[in-house]
Design a protein around this ligand. Structure first.
Ligand SMILES: Cc1cc2nc3c(=O)[nH]c(=O)nc-3n(C[C@H](O)[C@H](O)[C@H](O)COP(=O)(O)OP(=O)(O)OC[C@H]3O[C@@H](n4cnc5c(N)ncnc54)[C@H](O)[C@@H]3O)c2cc1C
Length: 199
């Protein structure tokens, strides 16, 4: 490994580095799947991805929860024209939507977790990541919006939540890749096998 951490706009609690391999010899016994695993490393790696996906969904839930809590407390503290902003209906609607999406995401994540405990749910793990990560972008955006100009200041936690949420739809499977290569493909394959059995 060489070089320094790649500078990123957010998610700075976890750094990414360039990795270079030069003239590395891997003995047969250290190869994934043993000698029979040759050429299948990508598929072995893919097989572990569902765990990473539901775990990323859980991270999205955590970030949404934190953003929602900060938005709720700020809405009670911040006075504008003599009233806390939480007394204004537009803020209340924002909070209601945030809490609703958060509850949906959390219950969806739990239900996929239960499915995965039964050794199923590869497609659903992609679905829940796809949904919660995109939703986290919106919920953190609304939390920042409720904070007004203060939300854009690095000193407020919501500015970090907003920028950290952005990467969730990229790593552990970009949303387009999940939609195309996992979700849509599984849906089409399932429909085809049902048609074959039926007809
Ligand atoms: C902060 C951070 C941490 C990371 N940590 C890790 C890590 O720990 N381990 C690790 O292995 N990787 C890690 N990654 C890499 C990450 O998994 C990849 O960035 C991600 O999978 C997307 O791949 P890519 O960057 O090569 O994008 P590309 O594959 O170059 O895609 C670029 C864009 O094109 C879209 N696209 C690609 N194919 C299609 C298609 N067929 N049709 C339509 N659109 C398409 C993608 O969805 C994306 O929007 C990390 C990335 C970041 C930003």
């Amino acid at each position: 490994m060489s070089g320094k951490a790649i500078s990123t706009i957010g998610y700075r609690g976890m750094h990414s580095f360039d990795l270079f391999f030069d003239n590395i010899f891997v003995p047969d016994e250290d190869m994934l799947g043993g000698p029979k695993g040759e050429g299948k490393g990508f598929y072995f790696t893919m097989a572990g991805f569902s765990g990473g996906r539901i775990q990323t969904a859980a991270r999205a839930i955590g970030i949404m929860q934190a953003a929602y809590e900060k938005a709720l407390s700020y809405a009670q503290e911040r006075m504008v024209f003599g009233y806390p902003i939480g007394d204004y209906q537009l803020t209340q609607i924002k909070l209601a939507r945030m809490a609703t999406y958060l509850a949906i995401g959390r219950q969806f994540t739990y239900s996929v977790g239960r499915l995965m405990d039964e050794g199923k749910g590869d497609m659903e793990a992609s679905m829940v990541k796809f949904f919660t990560c995109k939703t986290a972008e919106w919920v953190t955006r609304e939390a920042l919006q409720i904070h007004g100009g203060m939300g854009y200041a690095e000193e407020t936690p919501v500015s970090r939540y907003f920028i950290d949420a952005r990467v969730l739809s990229i790593f552990e499977g970009a949303e387009e890749t999940l939609a195309l290569k996992v979700i849509a493909r599984s849906l089409v394959d399932n429909a085809k096998s049902k048609a074959e059995v039926g007809g």
